[in-house]
Design a protein around this ligand. Structure first.
Ligand code: SAH
Ligand code: SF4
Length: 353
């Protein structure tokens, strides 16, 4: 059995683990700073940590478990990393440059069981959840890359929008968030973190009740049940009314804005009447809702869908604006390197078959 990465612990978990083995809490603070502030890649480099503690850590954990398989750099500065997990599975992580900082898109599962018809990740059934350590390590790998470049750049934002459904791996996702938020370590503010879900209603309520306090994005993609079930089969189990009920609970509880993601598929969900229906759906919640329109990235040449035309994207946008709905069109990053969700990984896997 491979030793897991030490990144799997939140600070409290690390402190409790060390305490159970006779080490005082300050050891946890020291180790935490070496991991997330000084960012060493070996326990032996933690020079002020007592040797018995180093030996204990080495016996039970490693720091790095991901190995870089491929790295693609886009003309716009986006970098897409493809990593091998210790069991050989492939995942992807994307670094994007924005005016407001550097954001990283992380993967939470190997594949995805939600099975949305437009998504490359959903074409590959989930083979397993990532551990919280494997999710955190993606951020660390990108941060190591930035550290090596010597420009003093820091990962400032995180989007949990890579391969997988984060709310289907809730505990590990929430440990991950608590780890990257920690003030003694990476200290990435919760309002700089966005979790995207396909709409698991029960988990949206649990998230509302939690103290994670990050932003929430919900993949809506259609304004009525018939169309949404066609695009996302999860809608059969969790139809729009049930989803909206959970969203209303979240809004009432947190009073924070949410984002509805809406992928535009040519002649499927991108017509003016769909925009009108969408405006009516969000109407009562308009003050706390942003709609983010996502131009579709074809999965491959055999894709069932096509990208909407610029004219229909514009017309869709205008209808929402006219109804005073806050709306934006997602800026695309790394289009030249397949940077959409799951695309590089699925290409590699298909090429290997
Ligand atoms: N499972 C979660 C998070 C990962 S998917 C969810 O579905 O919300 C994150 C986003 O990537 C989703 O909103 C999805 O619409 C988008 N996405 C997936 N495949 C895409 C594609 N081929 N083109 C553009 N966006 C895509
Ligand atoms: Fe899974 Fe999200 Fe892709 Fe749907 S869009 S298959 S939920 S990763």
């Amino acid at each position: 059995m491979n030793r897991p990465t030490i990144y799997q612990f939140t600070f409290e978990q690390l402190a409790a683990w060390l305490l159970e083995r006779g080490h005082k809490k300050f050891r946890a603070t020291q180790v935490w700073e070496w991991l997330y502030r000084k960012r060493v890649a070996e326990f032996a480099a933690m020079t002020d940590v007592h040797p018995t503690c180093i030996a204990l850590l080495e016996e039970n954990f490693v720091i790095e478990t991901l190995t870089e398989h491929t790295k693609q750099v886009s003309a716009d500065g986006t970098i897409k990393f493809l990593f091998n997990l210790s069991d050989g599975n492939l995942i992807e992580t994307v670094l994007m440059r924005h005016k407001f900082g550097l954001s990283v898109c992380v993967t939470t599962q190997v594949g995805c069981n939600i099975g949305c018809s437009f998504c490359a990740s959903g074409l590959l059934a989930k083979s397993r959840d990532l551990s919280s350590g494997e999710i955190t390590e993606q951020i660390m790998k990108v941060q190591f890359h930035l550290d090596a470049a010597g420009q003093g750049e820091r990962v400032s934002h995180i989007v949990v929008m890579g391969i997988g459904e984060p709310f289907d791996n809730y505990k590990n996702m929430s440990d991950f968030i608590n780890t990257v938020k920690d003030h003694k370590g990476l200290a990435i503010g919760p309002r700089h973190i966005t979790v995207s879900t396909s709409g698991l209603a029960g988990k949206i309520k649990e998230f509302a009740d939690s103290d994670l306090n990050t932003n929430l994005a919900v993949s809506l993609h259609a304004p009525n049940d018939e169309l949404r079930t066609f695009i996302m089969k999860i809608n059969k189990a969790i139809p729009i009314a049930k989803l909206m009920d959970a969203i209303d609970y979240y809004l009432a509880k947190t009073n924070r804005r949410i984002t509805f993601e809406y992928i535009l598929l040519k002649d499927v969900n991108d017509q003016v009447e769909h925009a009108q229906e969408l405006a009516a759906l969000v109407d009562d919640r308009r003050d706390l809702v942003n709609v983010n329109l996502i131009p579709y990235n074809p999965v491959d040449e055999h894709s069932q869908y096509q990208r909407s035309t610029q004219e229909s994207i514009r017309a869709f946008y205008d209808v929402l604006k006219k109804h005073n709905v806050s709306v934006s069109v997602r800026l695309e990053h790394g289009v030249d390197i397949d940077a959409a969700c799951g695309q590089l990984r699925s290409k590699q896997i298909r090429a290997a078959k």
